[in-house]
Design a protein around this ligand. Structure first.
Ligand SMILES: Cc1cc2nc3c(=O)[nH]c(=O)nc-3n(C[C@H](O)[C@H](O)[C@H](O)COP(=O)(O)OP(=O)(O)OC[C@H]3O[C@@H](n4cnc5c(N)ncnc54)[C@H](O)[C@@H]3O)c2cc1C
Length: 462
């Protein structure tokens, strides 16, 4: 159905891009045949490192005229296979469009190319006493990828997610036209919001070539509380009470001992404490120690009343770094031990404990070890069935059963299939099951309006 690339197509690519930016056929590394999801390998026929919007526009125009599929690629750290070229064609690699274009301190915005890494943005704005709040665990992801997956992260409880910090976008449409949406305005009530539609669209509606991000003043102080509990249930049951207490932590994460020990081994560093079965990890930020103390004192007392063994306060950069770097390494540590797959559901915050209990209960039934950690404060859970030493076929069968049960449970609790990692191709069947026909039809209509030939990242979301 799609055109296969031939030497004329490669000649065209060479006519608009540097020759060393074009990689063809067998020269393409396996790294680009998958993302961080353990899935099947699918190679693009050519990969192009683009350098500017005009090149992207010319490639899209050509692909549109010739019916060639195009897959936008950031850093490939996605967890749902969204940046994998399922149908071959051209992979447009955005990593070399990596310039910070403008810091506007009067409007508190940062304009960047899509290949700028999240860690570069944080560091750059903090040097100017400013703050880009979205804080997904993988700091080497590119901002274009973050925007297209509406990446979340640990600070979502207080600050929201990537969508809340995208003010404007330049996008190249599937027919090659360049469109600017949003801008530096703070409010906008001018019709349908195409910008918000692009955020989280997983590269299926347009290619982001520039982004205007909203910044905040940098909070001057942050304190973390590590709170050991006798078991995961009592830890998670405390979270709705913290929310109800009306204090607003920056982050509320839950974790089990096994994840901590795995991260310690993985990083070769000690966590401040690993003697309890379960922990809540909270962060508070603000402009003075007194302000933060007022916030966390109530929460600390509440946790002790709910059965916490202790409240360990971490108020130095060093200790905070050691705790949060361990938290950031949980996924990699799980992966170092076993093949895993991931369920990234989000449920209402008062249903987190019920969902986690359910994942514990089904372990025996499905015959898999299931471990989890996650953003307890926003209801987004990262649940990992482990393959361990199961043969491939049995693992796939059991995994399917585990996923069927977990996604059905999330639906029952009025949750969503993905809180922050997106649908890609891996979660597409579950996404479609979770929506009624009208909903999927509207999505299809939107896709056709942007991409009538279905050439941009086909096979993703639904
Ligand atoms: C250890 C680890 C921890 C993680 N923690 C978190 C977390 O806490 N929160 C979270 O939300 N995610 C997390 N992730 C997932 C991942 O980092 C995010 O999904 C991230 O946003 C992907 O960015 P990327 O640059 O790697 O994009 P890719 O994986 O390359 O692409 C992701 C999607 O964006 C599209 N895309 C990329 N660039 C563009 C562009 N310029 N224009 C149009 N489409 C584009 C791709 O086609 C694809 O659909 C984690 C991943 C790992 C490995």
């Amino acid at each position: 159905m799609y055109k296969k690339l031939d030497k004329n197509d490669i000649k065209f690519l060479k006519s608009i891009c540097n020759e060393e930016d074009i990689i063809v056929g067998d020269e393409i590394s396996e790294d680009f045949a998958h993302d961080e999801l353990a899935g099947e390998l699918k190679y693009p026929e050519a990969m192009v490192y683009v350098r500017n919007s005009e090149q992207v526009s010319k490639i899209m125009k050509y692909a549109f005229e010739n019916n060639i599929p195009v897959t936008p690629r950031g850093q490939g750290t996605g967890l749902s296979g969204a940046s994998v070229a399922l149908y071959g064609g051209i992979m447009v690699n955005m990593c070399k469009m990596d310039k910070i274009l403008e810091l506007d301190e009067e409007n508190l915005t940062l304009t960047v190319e899509p290949g700028v890494l999240l860690m570069t943005i944080s560091q750059y704005v903090e040097e100017h006493d400013l703050f880009y709040p979205p804080d997904p665990g993988e700091k080497s992801a590119a901002i274009g990828g973050n925007i297209n997956t509406n990446a979340g992260g640990m600070r979502a409880v207080k600050y929201g997610v990537t969508r809340d910090y995208v003010r404007g976008l330049e996008i190249v449409l599937p027919n090659g036209e360049i469109l600017n949406v949003g801008g530096k305005v703070v409010k906008n009530s001018s019709g349908y919001d195409i910008k918000d539609l692009i955020v989280g669209s997983e590269g299926t509606l347009g290619i982001v070539t520039k982004a205007i991000l909203r910044l905040l003043p940098l909070p001057k102080k942050a304190i973390s509380l590590l709170i050991p509990f006798p078991d995961l249930e009592s830890a998670i049951d405390t979270v709705p009470k913290i929310i109800k207490s009306k204090s607003i932590p920056t982050a509320i994460e839950f974790m089990e001992r096994e994840a901590i020990v795995g991260a310690e081994e993985f990083l070769g560093k000690k966590f401040p404490d690993n003697s309890s079965n379960a922990y809540l990890l909270l962060k508070f930020d603000g402009n003075s120690t007194e302000e933060i103390e007022r916030e966390y004192e109530n929460v600390a007392k509440l946790c002790l009343d709910c059965g916490a063994y202790d409240v360990l306060i971490s108020d130095t950069d060093e200790r905070n770094e050691s705790i949060w770097s361990a938290r950031g390494a949980f996924l990699e540590a799980f992966k170092a031990n076993s093949v895993i797959d991931e369920c990234d559901v989000v449920v209402p915050r008062d249903k987190v404990a019920e969902f986690i209990r359910y994942t514990h209960d089904i372990q025996k039934e499905v015959g898999l070890r299931i471990k989890s950690f996650g953003h307890a404060g926003d209801g987004n859970l990262h649940v990992y069935p482990h393959k361990d030493d199961l043969p491939e076929e049995l693992w796939r069968k059991r995994l399917e059963k585990a996923f069927d049960l977990m996604f059905a449970k999330a639906r029952e609790l009025n949750g969503e299939v993905s809180g922050e990692h997106g649908i890609g191709y891996a979660k597409s069947p579950y996404f479609c099951q979770s929506k009624n026909e009208n909903y999927v039809d509207i999505l299809k209509g939107i896709k056709i309006a942007f991409d009538p030939k279905n050439i941009l990242n086909p096979g993703k979301i639904y």
